[in-house]
Design a protein around this ligand. Structure first.
Ligand SMILES: Nc1ncnc2c1ncn2[C@@H]1O[C@H](COP(=O)(O)OP(=O)(O)O)[C@@H](O)[C@H]1O
Ligand SMILES: [Mg+2]
Length: 409
C-alpha cells in the first residue's frame, strides 16, 4: 500500500533518474538499481516506474516530474492554476509545452457541506467507515432511482470531512471527460485534467455517479479501479493515486441490465469491470419511519408550514408512497414514488400551500391513468379511508381487508 514514505521515495528515485544521461528514458536495469536502493521491491519498482515503454528494456519516466507538479497544485489551493513545465512524448522526446499544458483549477475537489435535511439510515455507517478508513476499497452501490444513494455518499464524506469529486456518467462520457483533454482556454490550447486525475492526485473519494449509464467509452476506469497509476495518453504523464484515494460508484442496476426494463438507459457493465469493486451494497427505499423523518426534515427546512400541517401531511405522503411501492412490488402499477419525488412535493407545497396542487404538479410526468390513480389514492389516504398498509380503514375493524386494491385501475 502506498504511503507518504513511498511517495517521498518515489521523488528521490525520480530525482536520481533525472541525473542519468538519457533522461527521461531509463533502462530497466537503471530503474531497478535506483529504486531498490530507495526501498522499492522489484515488483513495486516495476509497477511504479515501468509504465510507459520506450523501446526494448527502456522506459519513459519523464511524466513523473509533471505528475508531482500537478499534485502540488492541489496542495496550494483550490483556485490555483499551475503551468506544467514540460511534457514528454511517449517515445521519449521532450517537447516544451510551457504554455500548452496546464492544470486548470481544482474546484471540483471539495469537502461537501453537511445537509441539515439528511437522515442517516441503512448502510450509512458502513459507507462512512469505508470513507474514514482512507483505504482503497472500491464500493458499488446499486438501487432504485431517488432513494438517496448519491446523497448518502456525499453526506458520508461531509461527516468524515473528506474531499470528494463527483462525476456523472452518461452514455456520452469518455476518457476525455474522465481523465482529461485539450481545451481552448484564453485562446490557448491547454490540457485540462479530468475529475479522475484530480481525485487521484488529491487522494480523495471519487464518486462515479450512475456508472451503469456508461458505455465502453468508460473502460479507461478499469486501471483506476485497481488502484494502479494511470497513464494519461494525451500528455504521456503517469498519475499515481495519492494515499486516501478511493472510488465509490452508484448505479440503478447491478450491472447486468435492468431486470424489469425500468431502467432502459442502464447498460450491461462488463463483468471484469464490476469484478474490480471490492464490495457492493444494494439499497432499497427507506422504511416508513425513516422516510417519514426525511420528509419531516424537508418540511422543517421551509418556513411558514404550520407544525400540525407538517406532521399530518408528512405522514400521509409517506403512507401514500408506501402503498404505491407495495402495489408496484405486486406488479399492480408500473410507476413509483421515490424519496426524491416526495421531497419535490414538499418543496412545491412550501410554495403553493395546497396539498393536491403540490402533488399534481410533481406527478404530471406520469401517464394520465397512473396520474389519476395516484391522485385518487392520495385523496383516500388524506380522507383517512386507507392506511399506510394500503388497508381500508373503515372496513378494518370488521374484517381482514387484504383484498382491497387501493390502486385499482
Ligand atoms: N437520507 C436522506 N435524508 C434526507 N433526504 C434524502 C435522503 N435520501 C434521499 N433524500 C432526498 O432525495 C433526493 C434524491 O436523493 P439522491 O441521493 O439523489 O438519490 P439517488 O442517487 O439514489 O438517485 C435528495 O436530493 C434528497 O432531497
Ligand atoms: Mg444519484
Amino acid at each position: 500500500m502506498k504511503n507518504t514514505k513511498v511517495e517521498k521515495n518515489t521523488e528521490v528515485v525520480i530525482n536520481s533518474l533525472t541525473q542519468i544521461g538519457e533522461f527521461p528514458i531509463a533502462s530497466t536495469k537503471q530503474i531497478y538499481e535506483i529504486a531498490r536502493a530507495n526501498g522499492f521491491t522489484y515488483a513495486s519498482a516495476r509497477d511504479t516506474f515501468m509504465v510507459v515503454k520506450s523501446g526494448r528494456g527502456k522506459w519513459n519516466v519523464g511524466g513523473f516530474t509533471n505528475a508531482t507538479a500537478g499534485h502540488q497544485s492541489h496542495a496550494v489551493g483550490a483556485s490555483e492554476s499551475v503551468q506544467m513545465k514540460a511534457a514528454t512524448k511517449p517515445q521519449g522526446e521532450v517537447v516544451n509545452l510551457a504554455t500548452s499544458v496546464q492544470s486548470v483549477s481544482n474546484d471540483e475537489v471539495y469537502i461537501p457541506k453537511a445537509d441539515p435535511t439528511f437522515v442517516p439510515w441503512g448502510e450509512f455507517l458502513t459507507i462512512k467507515k469505508i470513507i474514514q478508513s482512507n483505504q482503497f476499497f472500491p464500493l458499488y452501490i446499486s438501487g432504485m432511482s431517488g432513494n438517496g444513494k448519491t446523497m448518502m455518499v456525499e453526506q458520508a464524506c461531509a461527516k468524515a470531512k473528506r474531499e470528494y469529486v463527483r462525476v456523472q456518467i452518461s452514455p456520452e462520457t469518455d476518457e476525455d471527460d474522465l481523465i482529461g483533454g485539450f481545451r481552448l482556454i484564453n485562446g490557448e490550447t491547454v490540457f485540462q485534467k479530468g475529475p479522475v486525475l484530480k481525485a487521484m492526485e488529491a487522494g480523495c473519494i471519487l464518486l462515479i455517479d450512475e456508472i451503469d449509464r456508461g458505455t465502453n467509452k468508460i473502460m479507461c476506469l478499469q486501471g483506476v479501479l485497481e488502484g494502479k497509476p494511470v497513464l494519461c495518453k494525451k500528455t504521456g504523464h503517469v498519475i499515481h493515486p495519492a494515499p486516501g484515494f478511493n472510488v465509490i460508484a452508484t448505479a440503478n442496476t447491478k450491472g447486468r441490465g435492468s431486470d424489469d426494463g425500468r431502467y432502459t438507459a442502464a447498460q450491461i457493465i462488463d463483468d471484469a469491470f464490476v469484478e474490480r469493486f471490492v464490495a457492493s451494497i444494494d439499497q432499497q427505499y427507506p422504511e416508513y419511519a425513516t422516510e417519514l423523518k426525511i420528509v419531516k426534515k424537508h418540511m422543517d427546512s421551509f418556513d411558514g408550514i404550520d407544525d400540525k400541517e407538517k406532521t399530518d401531511f408528512s405522514e400521509k405522503l409517506v403512507a401514500w408512497s408506501a402503498v404505491i411501492r407495495k402495489t408496484y412490488n405486486n406488479e399492480g402499477v408500473d410507476e413509483l414514488i421515490s424519496t426524491r419525488r416526495l421531497c419535490h412535493i414538499v418543496k412545491a407545497f412550501s410554495i403553493f400551500n395546497k396539498r393536491l396542487d403540490a402533488i399534481k404538479m410533481c406527478i404530471s410526468r406520469f401517464d394520465e391513468e397512473t396520474h389519476e390513480a395516484f391522485l385518487d389514492l392520495y385523496t383516500k389516504i388524506d380522507n383517512n379511508e386507507i392506511d399506510a398498509e394500503g388497508d381500508n380503514i373503515q372496513t378494518n375493524a370488521q374484517d381482514d381487508s387484504s383484498g382491497v386494491d387501493p390502486l385499482a385501475f
